[in-house]
Unconditional design. Sequence first.
Length: 132
Amino acid sequence: MSLRNNRPLVAQIEGAIRNPANPDHFMVVQPVGRRARIYFGETLVADSRDAVRVIEIANRAYEPCLYFPRAALAVPLEKLDKVTHCPLKGDADYFALDGREIGWAYRAYDFAAALDGLHSFRGDGMRIVEGD
């Protein structure tokens, strides 16, 4: 096994999108392949057959997230005055539903364009339904 700085090198993973400045920080974007919906409480927020699942690895493995095309949004979201930055994905704008922050969308780097403009969600009361 090869080592870099006494750490095992990250294996080559087919389809991985890597941070050019840190190849150990990467993500894999996979089509969900079936209908996916996001609810907050009883409110349907997004519904699509074109959602993708993102698996991200950096200094730890992050919880996989579903990302939905903007056209899949079932309710209007309020854009918040909040932006964060990810060296792998780009800048994220945040969105709220009924005044509660529930998700984000990336203005992605060119090399991470698979996520550009897609919405993801997290928060209390969120329910994910996959399949019909």
